[in-house]
Design a protein. Sequence first.
Length: 480
Amino acid sequence: MDLQFFNTLSRRIETFEPSEPSSKKVGLYCCGPTVYDFAHIGNFRTFLFVDMVRRFLEFKGFEVNHVMNITDVDDKIIHGFNASPEKTSLRDYTAPYEKAFFEDFDQLNCLRPTSIPRATDYIPQMLELIGKLMENGIAYQTPDGSIFFSIQRYIALGGKYGQLVKINFDEIRVGERIKSDEYEKENVADFVLWKARVPSDGELFWPSPWGEGRPGWHIECSAMSRHILGKSFDIHLGGEDLAFPHHEDEIAQSEGSTLCKEGGCKPTPFVRYWLHFSHLLVEGKKMSKSLGNFYTVRDLFQKGYSGREVRYLLLSAHYRESFNFTLEGLNGARTALARLDECLFKLRELAGTAEPPGKQSALVQSFDDALSDDFNLSAGWAALFDWVRQTNKQIAEEKLSPADAAGLLADWARVDSVLAVCPQKKEEEEVPTEITDLLEARQAARKAKDFARSDAIRDELKSKGWVIEDTPKGPRLKRI
RNA sequence: GGCGGGGUAGCCAAGUGGCUAAGGCGGAGCUCUGCAAAAGCUUUAUUCACCGGUUCGAAUCCGGUCCUCGCCUCCA
C-alpha cells in the first residue's frame, strides 16, 4: 500500500510521491527547537512525530534527507542573553540548552537529523534572500531601518498568500488580537524580515546592506531549507500553531524570491507536502505553568519515567488529533511496554541462535498498512498488541519452533525500526551476587518446603528492588 | 467576529455508510503456582453528546442544538 497522508496545502489526504520518484530521495524539513529553555512534552510530541514520519519513510524504502534547524536567535534568547550575568557570547548562552535538548532527544530515541543548521550560521543566506525580495520589490524598508515583506506586492506579482490557512484580511481584528506593532509597517499582515537594531538588543546585531540588526523569525527557515534542500522540496512538518503565520510566511518569502519584478513569472513551489501536528492537552487542559500541568521531558525522567515510556505514550494517538497527556497514561504505558518486553524475552529465549525462516508474518503487513493510511499509529499499535497476544498463546501451547520465534523477532525488529520502543542499549544489568545468593537461598527453602522462609526472602528481594517470577523453567529475577 | 478541529466504555484512543464498534490502561473471572507475581488467557459499549432528517441500512451523510479545543499574537 502506498503512503498517503493529509496535506495541509490541499486539505485532503494525498498519496505521497517524492519529487524524484526514481531515486526515492525525500527532502524533509522541520522547524526545530528555540534554545532558550528546556523543551517540554508538547515540543517533543512534534519531534517524536517527525521522527516517526522519517523512520516510516525509511521503512518504506525512501532515502530521507532530514533537516531540523536550531533557532538560536530570537526575542526571548536576546532578552535572556542580555539579562544573564556573564555575557560571554550568544553561542555560550544557547549551548547548554542545545545540549540539553539533544540529551532529551536521544533519551526519546529520536534519530539525529541529517543536518542540524543553526540560524546564526546562516545570516548571509538570509541576507541574500532578503536582497532578492528587495530586488523584486516585495520587501520594503521602514524609517527605522527594518525590512518588511509586503503581502500586497507579493500578490500583485503573482504570489499566493493564504495557502495553508484561509485568511480574510478584513476580518482580522486589529488591536484586539494583533498588537499594534512598534514598527511602522504598511499593512497589518506584513511581517518583518530584518529587525533594525534597537538599544535593548545590546551587543547582539549583525551588519546588513540595510543597517545593523537581526533576522526576523520566519526568514531563517526559508534560508536554511533552501540552502540545504533546494528551492523546492518534498515535506515540511511542524506543530499546528506554526501553520499561520510562520509557515505561511515561509512560503511567501521562498516563493516570492522566485518571482520576477516585472511580474508574469510563476513561483517555484516551496514545499509539496505540509504536515501539521496537533497539540497536546495535559490532564485535560492546555499545558501552562500556572495550572501546574507543565512538564518538560526532564521532569518526567526525574519522576522515574523512561524515554521509551514517554515515547510510547506520545506516539499512541493520531497526529491530527489533540492528545490528552496524563501521568496515569504514562503508568499505563509502562504496563503495556512491560507486557511487550515479556513477550520478546520469551521469544528470544525460545529462538536461541536459530535463523529466521525469511518469510514475513502478518504483523509487518498490517503495521505497514496502518501507518501508510495517514500514519494511523493507533491501528499500528493495535496490530502489535494483537500479535503479542497471539504470540503468547502460541508460546504457551508450545507451538513455536526456534526458527518460528526467530522469524517473529525479525518481524518485530522491522516494526520497531519505526516505533523505536525497544529498550535502549542493554538495559539488562548484572544481577549482584547478593541477590543471586538470596535467590538460591529461597530455592533451597522451597525445596525444603519451608515456605515461610521462602516468602520472607521474596519480600526481602522485593524491598531490594527485585521481583521473582517462578516460571516452568525455574525462577526468574526482574528489576522493579 | 473570521477560520479550523473534537465530543465513542471508569480513563486513553481507533473506526467515518453494511461482517461480532480496534487496541492500551483500569476492573472482573480464570490458569500456572506451595502461595504469589508488575506471568498468561478470557471478559468488560445492544451502543457512539442531544434532537430531527436521508437511506433497505448511520457512530459514520444532511439540518439544528449543546458542550469543548485550537489558530487569527510569541508558541510544538
